[in-house]
Design a protein around this ligand. Structure first.
Ligand SMILES: Cc1cc2nc3c(=O)[nH]c(=O)nc-3n(C[C@H](O)[C@H](O)[C@H](O)COP(=O)(O)OP(=O)(O)OC[C@H]3O[C@@H](n4cnc5c(N)ncnc54)[C@H](O)[C@@H]3O)c2cc1C
Ligand code: FES
Length: 279
């Protein structure tokens, strides 16, 4: 269920490399959100924006704490909208519409999550959602006294350009995921891309029942799709097409599909089956 809510900034962290993390109080969106969904955020005129309100901008939800009514976003400053967001202070208020879009599906079997750079937020939310589901499955049922079956491994491949751009690694581990990390320059963990790490792991492991989830820049998602298709694995990718409305009205977020049709990233996505997308 989509809602519009005034969200207040509860916590802000300015990280290295133009990256920022905001914790926002938004109880209705926090309780409705699923991993893979996103919000449209716009800064209201006021202390930080004296002249004009801003067209909304899309951001993936990185996590929610539904009980506390909180959501998290993580973003890189690339232009005016993200610069305004980065200047917000604790207590400032934003317009937020969400949760929007379709979440990641959870087919049975292991989950291989691949996250590149600032594209990481929907990956962390998915790892935490799967971790919570696994915790609930292990809890003894109140009627039978037995734990539910169906355990799933969550394996994360997370890459960034350099050590100072790697954030929230501990959150993936805390969610119960096995985490493989790379940096392009070799300043921490394995040198290379997360796709190189994944390829080596797939060669060694040859998983039979697993679904691959990718978020990151388009070129990475295209290569990810080619790689995992060689191993016969199904994949889902989260596409960050530029969006003006986020709710299916402006038609500005059209994504070309392999069959020649176009679909709206905001309402049909942002999560698509890898095999459907014309990369
Ligand atoms: C569903 C979805 C989820 C997203 N989640 C995140 C997230 O979690 N963290 C994050 O940092 N960013 C995310 N983005 C991208 C984010 O929305 C853009 O970076 C933001 O809108 C840029 O606004 P701006 O006003 O700062 O930049 P603008 O002034 O609008 O643009 C600055 C430059 O960035 C380019 N640009 C703008 N939007 C995009 C885009 N979507 N893809 C590629 N290039 C773009 C422009 O062409 C221009 O060159 C997401 C986008 C979508 C569609
Ligand atoms: S962003 Fe307007 S239709 Fe998708």
């Amino acid at each position: 269920m989509r809602v519009q809510e005034l969200a207040s900034v509860v916590e802000k962290d300015s990280l290295a490399g133009g990256l920022h993390h905001l914790v926002l109080r938004s109880p209705r969106i926090a309780s409705a959100a699923r991993a893979g969904t996103f919000v449209m955020l716009s800064v209201r005129p006021g202390k930080t924006v004296p002249l004009e309100p801003l067209l909304p901008r899309p951001f993936s939800l990185m996590s929610t704490l539904a009980d506390a009514g909180l959501v998290e976003i993580y973003f890189r400053v690339v232009g005016r909208g993200t610069a305004l967001l980065s200047a917000l202070e604790v207590g400032d208020v934003l317009n937020m519409i969400g949760p929007l879009g379709r979440p990641w599906p959870h087919p049975p079997g292991d989950a291989i999550i691949v996250a590149g750079g600032a594209g990481m937020p929907p990956a962390l939310f998915l790892a935490e959602e799967l971790g919570r589901a696994a915790g609930e499955a292990k809890r003894p049922s109140t009627t039978s006294g037995h734990a539910a079956s169906g355990s799933r491994e969550v394996i994360v491949f997370y890459g960034a350009s350099t050590r100072s751009q790697l954030f929230f690694l501990d959150r993936f581990s805390a969610a119960g995921a096995k985490v493989h990390v790379s940096t392009d320059d070799g300043s921490a963990f394995r040198r290379g891309t997360c796709l190189e790490l994944l390829e080596t792991w797939l060669d060694d492991t040859r998983p039979s029942q697993a679904t691959v989830y990718g978020c990151g820049p388009p070129v990475m998602l295209s290569r990810l799709f080619s790689l995992v298709s060689r191993f016969g694995l199904p994949s889902y990718v989260s596409l960050e097409s530029p969006m003006a409305c986020g709710v299916g009205v402006c038609r500005g977020c059209a994504v070309k599909m392999r069959d020649g049709s176009f679909r709206m990233a905001c309402t049909d996505g942002p999560v698509f089956k890898g095999e459907e997308v014309a990369f």
